[in-house]
Design a protein around this ligand. Sequence first.
Ligand code: NI
Length: 167
Amino acid sequence: MIDVITLGNELLRQKSAPVEGVDEKLRQFFRDMFEIMSRQKGVGLAAVQVSSLLRFFITNVPKDKPRIFINPEIIETSIEQDVYEEGCLSVPGVNADIERPSSVKIQAYNEKERPFTLSCENNLLARVIQHELDHLNGVLFIDHLPEGLKRELVTEYINNKKKKAAS
Ligand code: NI
């Protein structure tokens, strides 16, 4: 079974490489990822989180359909920002208020290799898209926090992990 990798695994810091084509093997990988994401009750999952450095992520946000974004690029962001409490399957147990643009326009390819653009205005999908796209560039949501707060959260995370391992 495929596992979601967590903070400390160096793969999470790598930049993912463009997808060159979608074959049956990759389609199966999409299905596996949707299964993992729903099992872990996530709303988004980037390939790197399951140890693949391919440039794509999937989303399944409430009131929206499941989506696949291949070789995505954000082509517009709003000046308006908002704050939302984020979490990540790769940083379990940690949540933090993160400020990001409230709306984005994204360009990507779907599983049929067709290009599409999508405008997300003031909704959860806009938030998830930015979080997941960060993963493809080796960036985690905690990187958006001031250095001191980030260090505090990471220390807490490591201590919790140690406690868990010891019990
Ligand atoms: Ni994440």
